[in-house]
Write a protein that binds this ligand. Structure first.
Ligand code: ADP
Length: 736
């Protein structure tokens, strides 16, 4: 009885072990896993029925248990065969045969079950000993023997596939197949011994658990260490990166194929540790002394580029094993980077050329316009004929428009090149607004538009900011409003919002009753070169740059610009620009339109005793200046070359010099320097009069030492203003 209980417990442990394996292999994806699980289930069933035989308490129970045992054995055989085929990748053969084999074993199982009735396979006998009643198989028929033979054939057929696979496979794998075969072999031998020895307890099934666990381990978990090393070194050799391993003394322990391929000539040096001065060797030096990470870039002798990283090799217990180089081929990357760099340089060059071109163009265009507008101004001053005066007014307006255009393009290219700078100065917002408003008033009233302005008197009187740019913003928006309004009015509200004691937001709201802008167009309004609603605006001239520049300027000042508009009703632009307050005193009323442009020119002063020098390589420009200053009666000398001016300054003391910049050598700046260095005309003010009008140049000229700056085309009033400012006071006689 004790033996039986021990036997049953051992069998139970076997079943549990098998069950453990079944649960674990569940996660794996190999194609034989499903079969292996079923094999283990059938094996577990065999073990259970084996226990039932031992514990059976009656003839019928014993016979049923034996039948269950042999039927389970049939299916162990079937799944073992299936496993062998699938494990050795004979899927096709398996698909072809498995139904036939299953059918044979199924027939055998039925025959075994029918033994209950016909007793044609085996009989169960009872015997008595001191342990109680024992049931065992005493007589085996030929059918029973054929059942055994069928099982052995099926298992044997499977085993042959494993043997053939073992012969064909790489030697590293043979060990694994050998173990699998040993397990199968042992099972068969033990089973056979049980039959020969006619034991009443089949201890061989105990091995099922060991066999199951061994199968699980050998087929799924185990990879031979040598195999893993071999695989790793092959994988490392096939890598697209180089690997060199060094031991702690810096001796080369391993390098892969990549290194061999790419450093053929340098290889010996690396391994031998020949320390010449190359950076590659320096890295090796580092590897011997300091294993903290380092990176170098290296070009081999056929021009390939590599990024070499040195890293320490430290194991899990923080022991230093050595170091390694990881080498990446960055030839392609380097080539692309170089191309990008070249492309960028080319683009920068092109942009530089563009800027120079624009500066030159501006200069070239301004020079003839200077003559056109200068001469035109003389017509306006001297002509009494109404028709001719109106022609001259048109020339003046168109010339002005052309100048605006050039200024816009220049500003835009400045912004694009990131070279637009703000120059903050103190200024009175009242005068700035009034001037801008007055400048445009004529244009609006000529079109028959009402042109109103509301100015908040409380706006602080003195602010710090870039007055010129704010003026530009306001005049851009105002001139658009006038341009795109046929009838009705253009109204401006200038107010402010306090941010704190020292800062305000200057708010300018410009509304018109013009054509309006659709919502869709409002989105692209501030994009460069974007002119909207071309169907209606075809006849209105413009470049689509004005608002783009305006927005950029406003944003540079940390301000904002918004638009609301309704097609057919009009538009409303609101600009808000933060400004520092320098004097909080209120600005006061804008005042009546006293500053309205003079209808007819009148000279502001005369200075018959003053003598000035005008230097310009273009005679026409000298004529313009001379003409514009005619009424002031100043004496004018002129020079068309820098050298000539320099010589003249040696002999004559002038009261003011007007100097062009762009001239053949020596140019205006060089001439100015020569005059100053020689100490000629020491106290005489020098004003640069130039077509170079790119924003910011005025400051550059002042930095060189010029006292004043006038851009061409020069306006008569500005020229007179400059003279009035710089001529010695005693020589100037103001006119009433
Ligand atoms: P443009 O040189 O064409 O005037 P802008 O950048 O100043 O360029 O303006 C872009 C476009 O916005 C204009 O072409 C015009 O269609 C539209 N626009 C600007 N201001 C107004 C306005 N006050 N009323 C209607 N349309 C306007």
């Amino acid at each position: 009885m004790v033996t039986k209980i021990v036997f049953a417990i051992v069998n139970l442990i076997s079943v549990l072990v098998l069950n453990g394996c079944i649960l674990r292999i569940h996660h794996y994806q190999f194609n034989f896993v499903k079969i292996l699980r079923r094999l283990m289930m059938a094996a577990a069933m065999t073990v259970i029925s084996n226990s039932m035989i031992a514990l059976s308490g009656g003839m019928i129970f014993a016979e049923v248990s034996y039948i269950l045992f042999y039927v389970s054995m049939d299916w162990v055989s079937f799944y073992l065969w299936s496993f062998c085929l699938k494990y050795t990748d004979h899927n096709n053969l398996f698909n072809k045969l498995h139904r036939l084999v299953a059918l044979l074993l199924f027939a055998d199982s039925i025959s075994l079950i029918l033994n209950l009735v016909f007793k044609h396979e085996f009989s169960v006998y009872t015997a008595l000993d001191n342990e109680g009643t024992l049931y065992y198989l005493a007589r085996a028929t030929s059918l029973y023997n054929s059942h055994l033979i069928l099982d052995y054939i099926v298992i044997g057929a499977g085993v042959i596939f494993v043997i053939s696979k073992m012969i064909k496979s790489h030697s590293y794998y043979r060990f694994r197949y050998a173990i699998v075969l040993t397990v199968f072999g042992l099972l068969i031998v033990l089973n056979y011994m049980y039959i020969i020895l006619n034991m009443y307890l089949d201890w061989s099934v105990l091995l099922y658990a060991i066999a199951g666990a061994t199968l699980y381990f050998m087929t799924i978990i185990y990879t031979p260490g040598r195999l893993r090393n071999r695989m790793m070194s092959h994988a490392v050799d096939d890598m697209d990166e180089g690997l060199i391993l060094f031991d702690i003394d810096g001796n080369c322990a391993y390098y892969n194929e990549f290194v061999k391929r790419n450093f053929a000539d340098e290889l010996d040096r690396v391994i031998a540790g020949d320390h010449s001065a190359s950076s590659y060797d320096r890295l090796i030096e580092v590897s011997r002394t300091d294993v903290s990470q380092a990176v170098i870039y290296y070009e081999n002798n056929v021009g390939s580029n590599f990024r070499i990283r040195l890293e320490p090799l430290i194991d899990a217990k923080e022991h230093n094993l050595g170091s390694f180089f990881l080498i990446e081929d960055i030839t392609e990357e380097t080539r692309m980077m170089n191309e990008l760099k070249e492309a960028r340089e080319a683009a920068d060059k092109a942009s530089e050329y563009k800027s120079t071109f624009l500066a030159n163009m501006s200069h070239e265009i301004r020079t003839p316009i200077n003559a056109v507008l200068g001469m035109n101004e003389m017509i306006l001053r001297e002509c009494e004929d109404k028709d001719i005066l109106s022609y001259a007014e048109n020339i003046k307006a168109s010339g002005g428009a052309l100048l605006d255009l050039i200024n816009d393009i220049l500003d835009f290219s400045k912004i694009e090149a990131g070279k637009m700078e703000l120059i903050d100065n103190e200024y009175g917002p009242k005068n700035m607004i009034k001037d801008t408003y007055m400048m445009l008033r004529r244009r609006a009233t000529d079109k028959g538009l009402r042109f109103g302005i509301k100015f908040d008197e409380e706006i602080p009187a003195v602010l710090l900011g870039d007055e010129k740019r704010i003026r530009q913003v306001l005049s851009n928006i105002l001139s658009n409003a006038i341009k795109y309004t046929k009838e009705g009015s253009v109204n401006t509200v200038i107010r402010f919002e306090r941010i704190d004691d020292d800062n305000i937001s200057l708010v300018m709201e410009i509304s018109d009753t013009g054509i309006g802008i659709s919502e869709e167009n409002q989105k692209v309004l501030f994009d460069s070169f974007q002119r909207v609603d071309m169907e209606h605006n075809r006849n209105i001239e413009g470049t689509g740059l004005g608002l783009a520049i305006t927005k950029q300027i406003v944003e540079m000042m940390q301000g904002s610009i918004t638009v609301t508009s309704e097609v057919g009703k009009g538009s409303n632009f609101t600009v808000s620009i933060p400004q520092r307050v320098l004097d909080n005193k209120p600005s006061g009323k804008l005042g009546a339109s006293t500053a309205e442009m003079k209808e007819k020119y009148k000279v502001t002063f005369t200075a018959p005793d003053a003598k000035i020098l005008v230097v310009d390589d273009v005679e026409l420009n000298i004529m313009v200046v001379t003409g514009l200053l005619k009424n002031t009666k100043v004496m004018i000398d002129s020079a068309t070359k820098g050298m000539e001016a320099y010589e003249m300054c040696k002999n004559i003391k002038y009261d003011l010099i007007l100097m062009d910049h762009m001239m053949p050598y020596p140019d205006g700046v060089e001439t100015f320097r020569m005059i100053r260095e020689e100490g000629l005309n020491k106290d005489t003010k020098v004003v640069v009069l130039t077509a170079n009008a790119i924003s910011g140049v005025e400051e550059e000229y002042r930095a060189i030492g010029f006292d004043g700056y006038l851009s061409k085309p020069v306006k008569g009033a500005d020229l007179e203003g400059m003279l009035e400012q710089f001529l010695p006071k005693e020589l100037v006689i103001m006119e009433e």
